[in-house]
Design a protein around this ligand. Sequence first.
Ligand code: SF4
Length: 337
Amino acid sequence: MFVPKRYVFERDTLDYPLGQELHDQLTSQNKNVIVLKSNRAVLDKLTSLEEKFHYGKETLILSVRRSFKFMSCRPSAHYQMPVATGCMGRCEYCYLNTQLGDKPYVRAYVNTEEILDHAKKYIDKRGKMTLFEGASTSDPLPVEPYTHGLEKSIKYFADQDQGHFRFVTKYSNVEPLLNIDHNNHTDIRFSINTNSIIDAYEHYTSKLDLRINAAKKIGDAGYQLGFIIAPVFMYDGWRKEYQALIDQLNRTFKDYKHGKITFEVITHRYTERAKKRIEEVFPETGLPMDKEERKFKWGQFGYGKWIYKPEDMDEVKEFFTERLTNMDFETELKYIV
Ligand code: SF4
């Protein structure tokens, strides 16, 4: 559970029963509660990006979601449906570091019901199966104990014939989700990596063992379960360590009887903009971002990424394809990129 240093309430939040309830509860617990006069949270005027980053990551903003225009989320879903924005994690390579810029605070919404009403409008407009991604701008699990956005969404989508929900997490506090009647309308995926990578770069996230144990519970609760192995790095000993990860999954799921488990594998890549930001926020970073070892590839949005060289990509693809298609349980390997 995320325990921030300060809880900031935007003014309108208190007009919602959940906002008022959280305010009263946190105040009675003598937490550091700040109520803003305006509707837009403004952080202290900190100077460096590094300071803003760490301050923001220790701040939970309780907020009302006002924008109901859902962005496209291809290829993983039709639409983004944020039940939170930002994340308490401090993964050095996180896409949010670039996306949220100098406002990296964690924001949880007290009006999930209104967000879901708008999801219904998108479903009705399409008139066919519509998939919503709940983790496109956050990892929503750490703020779940406050706003229960996932629980509400899972229950809501359970009753939708043409709506499906999914999210991905690096956390393990899944207990409150286990007994929900989800009706197989929600997929939950866990993002995993080797212990070395998690220790080196995924600060303030759950350890690998905890994520895998949580995944097992989610699978046993009947959810469609998946793993994203990402980002894959080719470092000294990478084969041995990713093999250990595969072996651990085999041990944990060898008697798994709840259908196939999906896998997605994504190799490490970075943009120039992300590199610059990472170096500002994590001046001591050891993330491998040496252009000599990479190939530049233009993307569809007018900027390019530094990806592994073709011969390295082939090696990674061969390694994971061979293993993930021959596990001791049923799998579907969706892609390796
Ligand atoms: Fe980003 Fe996910 Fe890490 Fe959170 S857990 S910082 S969303 S990569």
